[in-house]
Design a protein around this ligand. Structure first.
Ligand code: MG
Length: 253
């Protein structure tokens, strides 16, 4: 079987090589004209500067280490999380915060740090927070360096929907990064789902979600089901843990 496959492959190569030879013999101007058929020249992609260690030039900076101007409390009113040493930290009990601006398809960069593991907390109680896309779809934040829990609830999971492909977690008190590519769900005029949402996540440069299909909004209890919505803010979760964030920027796509 293997040999006959090889013979077939060899024959196919011979035919292809012969065709290439025949093409080479053509008038160069004719060949160029053929190659131009599949060239695209416009529109020219916009230039984006990517200075080392800084957000791309076309990014919307959501937190640059200095202020909460882009944020508000998810329940309304000003965001009351703590800003110090270039980081934004959960003020436990003050509730979730969200961006004032809403987003649809987007690339999001966000760095986070779970607190030191010296408080005797385990499982979902150790460094829990979360990055909610469109206020509904949670990419879990948790200290998962050495902290067993249900795998669709560990760091890098789409909470209660998709476990991460691998555990790329750094230790507690270490900064980690999520780079997220989000394709928002699309709803029909009657509110029914037309196209589900998709999420790709890199944790510390490692792919942990690869175009994972969202089953609906994140639910702690029960199964998700979509409800139509428009573009919506990015929300960060106050889950009663001292989690910090920094270098947050988004590029609407
Ligand atoms: Mg969470």
């Amino acid at each position: 079987m293997k040999i006959s496959k090889m013979l077939l492959a060899g024959a196919a190569f011979g035919v292809a090589a012969g065709a290439a030879f025949a093409q080479d013999a053509e008038d160069p101007a004719v060949r160029r004209a053929k190659s131009e058929v599949t060239e695209i020249w416009e529109p020219v992609p916009a230039l984006v500067a990517t200075p080392e260690g800084q957000p791309p030039s076309d990014a919307v900076v959501l937190f640059d280490g200095t202020n909460l101007d882009a944020w508000e409390a998810a329940e309304g009113g000003p965001a009351e999380w703590l800003v110090a040493d270039g980081a934004l930290s959960v003020a436990r009990g003050k509730g979730d915060i969200r961006t004032k601006e809403g987003f649809c398809d987007a690339q999001l960069h966000i760095e986070w740090r779970a607190p030191p593991n010296d408080q005797g907390h385990n499982g979902q109680d150790r460094g829990n927070s979360g990055v909610f896309l469109q206020e509904r779809y949670e990419v879990q934040v948790l200290d998962s360096a050495d902290n067993p829990t249900y795998v669709n609830g560990q760091a890098g999971s789409i909470y209660k929907q998709h476990p991460p492909l691998v555990n790329a977690s750094r230790g507690p008190a270490e900064w980690q990064a999520y780079d997220i590519i989000f394709t928002a769900p699309i709803f029909a005029e009657d509110g029914s789902l037309r196209v589900p949402g998709y999420v790709t996540v890199m944790q510390n440069g490692v792919v942990v979600q690869n175009h994972a299909q969202l089953q609906g909004p994140t639910e702690w209890i029960g199964y998700p089901s979509y409800k139509a919505h428009d573009c919506a803010p990015i929300k960060l979760q106050d889950h009663d843990a001292d989690v910090s964030y920094r270098n947050i920027w988004v590029r609407p796509l």
